[in-house]
Design a protein around this ligand. Structure first.
Ligand code: ADP
Ligand code: MG
Length: 237
């Protein structure tokens, strides 16, 4: 992405959420985005995923320039090449775990083979919960259903906005290990917002935002280095 800007609102009340962000998010790698609350992390993720239109600048995803695409083209691209995992799971309450996982396939007009759905659920350790409704699953299990749903179309890029934010340590670790496998074994790209330095240590690099701008990038992060940098950034902002 190049010189990305996103202004919310107009006139005196306008808020500049992104103020000239230029970033190269490498493929087949896990990049974590961190920064103080309100620094523009979610806005950046939404612009990178084609969920939001920047006010200025360009976003490329592989050969596609997202910022030049129509809403219809973006919908197709998101369906075929992008997976999402949010902090609040976003499962459909009236559908079973298996039906939730099968949804992206159905939306893409791919026949949801039972086998494929079962495999995706088994992968996240929920092979025996396929028939359950979200309400009958724990938060950690629901997040893993959401992850199976994000993985099932084998998207090129998986975006996560605090996907482990609501999870206990062991469920968070499971989700992070799966995201790591998506990169290392299945050649996918993961871009994830988190507040957790331990989660960030699973990444290949960490981008720090402050006040809508890139403040720093750390490669091969350790939890200690990330925590230290976070504290420094929170102090100045
Ligand atoms: P983060 O995810 O880092 O907490 P956000 O990207 O959500 O930050 O927000 C960045 C800035 O943009 C904040 O000042 C926030 O209040 C503002 N903002 C975000 N979304 C909107 C919106 N829909 N309308 C107006 N302002 C918004
Ligand atoms: Mg946010």
């Amino acid at each position: 992405m190049n010189r990305l800007e996103r202004v919310y609102g107009a006139g005196g009340g306008a808020v500049s959420a992104l103020r000239g962000v230029t970033l190269d998010l490498p493929r087949q790698a896990m990049t974590v985005v961190m920064g103080p609350s309100g620094s523009g992390k979610s806005t950046l993720l939404h612009c990178a995923a084609g969920l939001d239109k920047p006010s200025a600048g360009t976003v490329h995803l592989g050969a596609h320039e997202l910022t030049a695409m129509s809403e219809t083209e973006l919908t197709v691209l998101r369906r075929e090449q992008i997976g999402f995992v949010f902090q609040s799971f976003n499962l459909i309450a009236s559908l079973t775990a298996a039906q939730n996982v099968a949804l992206p396939l159905r939306l893409a007009g791919i026949k949801a083979e039972r086998n494929r759905v079962e495999q995706a659920l088994a992968l996240v350790g929920l092979g025996d919960q396929a028939g359950r409704l979200p309400a009958a699953l724990s938060g950690g299990q629901q997040q893993r259903v959401a992850l199976a749903r994000a993985l099932i179309t084998r998207p090129q890029v998986i975006f996560g906005d605090e996907p482990t934010g609501a999870l206990d340590t062991s469920n968070a670790r499971r989700v992070l290990e799966l995201l790591r496998r998506a990169v290392d074994e299945w050649a996918q790209t993961v871009i994830m917002v988190t507040h957790d330095p331990v989660a960030a240590s699973f990444a290949d690099s960490v981008v720090f935002l402050a006040d809508g701008q890139v403040a720093d990038i750390i490669t091969a992060p350790t939890a200690d280095r990330v925590a230290k940098r976070m504290t420094e950034l929170e102090r100045v902002s």
